[in-house]
Design a protein around this ligand. Structure first.
Ligand SMILES: Nc1ncnc2c1ncn2[C@@H]1O[C@H](COP(=O)(O)OP(=O)(O)OP(=O)(O)O)[C@@H](O)[C@H]1O
Ligand code: SF4
Ligand SMILES: [Mg+2]
Length: 326
């Protein structure tokens, strides 16, 4: 069995909102909870998919895993080491080992820099390479991501969408990484280019012995790329497990609704635009307002139930918890 490379334990991430309110003349900050008590494990060699509609917290989790945001509760263990988000060295340790390709390939590339210098940004956390060593590694990685060497002297505006994404990949992988987080790496690309990038990602994973965390809206892409997955809904992780098992028999009503909707909807399987998901419930189970299976217990927030390697946050499986306790 593969080793656990990353453990995410009950993390919550919140953002200060602009609105403040006063209680007895004292100003109180308000927060938006973007990630709510989320736990999952990533095993070495996994391609772990995170799926969820817009605003469900996918990018916030990604950014937390590379230390851009700090969880206000919960813990993250990377290769068995607990990360202290207040320690610079721990954040550096995360950034050296976990690369990220950001959601917006255009906005994440500095338009004033040539490709060579954009890729060089990947060395900002590694001091051990001389300029000439960097230059050699830049040329190597450029070839490995399938970008012509002549593109090193281009500006981002002179590149196609697919080429820009290859530059982002080159910057993330110019120094060795254990995990690469891919935040919607193909959503801005034409369908034909998407397939090229997905195949390139498969090749890079094997060339560099990488573990992927793959964020997408597209359930087809999850099925093609990932072996394990988690389903997010308004900041909560409702189901995790093996991709094949989840597709064959989704346990959580939300996952089942997504899968059923996809059978009858357009083949792009982008549920965000196609599936009308209701507002989350503030009390009890978060999916209560849309769930066709809700019953009395759903007025209370459900806990995670572990069923072998599957995990599901739903009262329907309460009897299984009780049997496990006996
Ligand atoms: N820097 C921030 N400040 C305040 N709120 C934020 C910030 N970043 C994200 N949020 C809020 O947190 C929630 C989760 O956002 P996030 O970007 O993680 O969603 P997402 O699942 O990546 O969505 P998308 O599919 O649209 O990329 C949203 O409600 C968003 O508005
Ligand atoms: S806990 Fe209840 S409301 Fe929530 S998903 Fe399960 S059955 Fe539906
Ligand atoms: Mg996002």
């Amino acid at each position: 069995m593969n080793n656990k490379i990353l453990e995410v334990r009950s993390i919550s991430v919140r953002f200060k909102t602009k609105t403040k309110f006063k209680i007895i003349l004292k100003e109180v900050e308000r927060y938006k909870i973007a990630v709510d008590n989320v736990s999952f494990d990533v095993m070495e060699g996994d391609t772990f998919g995170l799926v969820g509609e817009t605003g469900s917290g996918k990018s916030t989790i990604a950014r937390t895993l590379v230390g851009i945001y700090k969880p206000f509760t919960g813990e993250i263990y990377f290769m068995g080491k607990k990360i202290d988000f207040k320690r610079k060295n721990d954040l550096l340790y995360l950034r050296k080992n976990i690369g990220i390709v950001f959601q917006d390939p255009v906005g994440s590339l500095n338009p004033k820099l040539k490709v060579r210098e954009i890729i060089r940004e990947g060395f900002s956390i590694e001091e051990k390479y001389s300029k000439s060593e960097q230059d050699k590694l830049i040329v190597d990685i450029t070839r490995k991501v399938g970008l012509g060497e002549s593109k090193l002297d281009s500006y981002p505006s002179e590149l196609s969408g697919g080429e820009k994404q290859r530059v982002s990949l080159a910057r993330a992988l110019v120094t060795q990484k254990k995990i690469l987080i891919l935040d919607e790496p193909t959503s801005s690309l034409d369908v034909s280019i998407q397939a090229q990038i997905l195949n390139l990602l498969r090749k890079l994973k094997s060339d560099f012995n990488l573990t992927y965390i793959f964020i997408t809206h597209d359930l087809n892409v999850i099925r093609y790329m990932c072996n394990r997955m988690g389903v997010l809904y308004y900041g909560q992780l409702l189901e995790t497990g093996n991709v094949k098992e989840i597709y064959e028999s989704p346990l959580h009503p939300y996952t089942a609704d997504l899968m059923n909707a996809n059978l009858t909807l357009d083949s792009s399987l982008d549920f965000t635009s196609q599936y009308d998901i209701g507002e989350p419930s503030r009390k009890g189970c978060i999916y209560k307002n849309s769930c066709k299976k809700r019953f009395e217990l759903c007025e209370n927030p459900p806990n995670d139930v572990e069923l072998g390697e599957r995990k599901v946050k739903c009262w329907l499986y309460k009897n299984i918890i009780e049997t496990q306790r006996m």
